[in-house]
Design a protein around this ligand. Structure first.
Ligand SMILES: [Zn+2]
Length: 323
């Protein structure tokens, strides 16, 4: 996925850099533990980076500190980091309009993601009302801020996601210890397929009306990828998508109806081409289906629809070759 935060990067980097500089040079906020300033200076590059490797290196650095510190001193370090990279302040809803204020609402408004990237199931929209942030997706910390607070405001660690994924399903899970797909760095590796227990897809199309009641849409993680299996399980994607099987089948039924209609019109148009209907126009199919394949990321369930769109067109071509 392209850099989700590219529009926000200069402004957010400035915001973060000011906080880091004030803490390291001017001791604001005042450090409880002298080592906190050294640690922030050491990992500053990772905090400002757009790199998973850098973020993970900084976590190793923090965990190394744990080895030589008492519980009390380590707790002070974490407390200092939480105050410097203060997510509660950043994410708070402003009480009154504050033009040019940089916060989680302004950040989320710049997100390129139309839907939650963990599930592609809910919209991830941001809304302002009367000059104030009114509604936004929750920001998941891929590496939890409770354990790794120095990454509390790092862009590559902030995932605009839905409440179900962020809070209900992920909760306190530690994605540093247990590896999962990162929406910004990993390829999509979940595919959807219309499935019948006895027939291949061309046979399904040949008898579609008769057997559509026994079809289902299956979600298939890439078999050799542990990260994908972990994420499919944690975000309950099989169970959640099972509820949309009927919608997927209806989507294939709609494509079937559109192709049948266009074939009939095409035959009829040889004698009466009509004035307004251009059957060669690609947009005609898109309008009838209300789905633009190349922009599937803009739609909730868009990956499921894109895979079913491709499966249908492969099957339709094979069917026409067979006929
Ligand atoms: Zn989600």
């Amino acid at each position: 996925m392209p850099d989700n935060w590219r529009a926000a990067r200069p402004r957010h980097t400035q915001y973060l850099q000011e906080r880091i500089t004030a803490f390291v040079n001017n001791d604001r906020p005042k450090a409880k533990n002298w080592y906190s300033r050294t640690f922030v200076a050491d990992v500053e590059k990772a905090i400002l980076s757009d790199s998973r490797a850098q973020m993970e290196w900084s976590i190793h650095e923090l965990l190394d500190c744990r080895q030589f510190m008492t519980d009390e001193v380590y707790a002070d370090l974490l407390s200092d980091l939480k105050r410097v990279f203060n997510y509660d302040t950043f994410s708070a809803k402003p009480r009154k309009p504050m033009p040019d204020h940089w916060d989680a609402y302004a950040l989320c408004a710049s997100s390129q993601l139309a839907t939650c990237p963990y599930c592609n199931y809910n919209y991830a929209h941001t809304l302002f009302r009367d000059g104030q942030g009114a509604m936004r997706p929750t920001l998941d910390h891929f590496y939890p801020k409770a354990l790794y607070p120095h990454l509390g405001l790092t862009l590559a660690n902030l995932i605009p996601s839905c409440y179900a994924c962020n809070s209900s399903l992920k909760g306190e899970a530690d994605f540093f210890l247990h590896k999962h797909l990162h929406p910004y760095f990993d390829q999509e590796s979940v595919n959807f397929e219309c499935y019948h227990p006895e027939h291949d897809f061309v046979s399904v199309l040949m008898a579609f009306d008769a057997i559509q009641g026994s079809l289902c849409v299956e979600l298939q993680p890439r078999a050799d990828c542990d990260l994908t299996r972990n994420s499919v399980s944690l975000f309950a994607l099989r169970q959640r998508y099972a509820r949309f099987s009927k919608e997927g089948i209806n989507f294939i039924a709609a494509q079937f109806a559109i192709e049948a209609l266009l074939s009939n019109l095409n035959t009829a148009s040889r004698w009466d081409p009509g004035e307004y209907l251009d059957l060669e126009q690609v947009t005609l199919r898109t309008r009838l289906l209300r789905f633009e394949r190349s922009e599937y990321r803009e739609y909730p369930l868009g990956k499921m629809y894109a895979d079913l769109f491709d499966q249908f067109h492969r099957g339709w071509e094979d069917l026409n070759e067979t006929a």
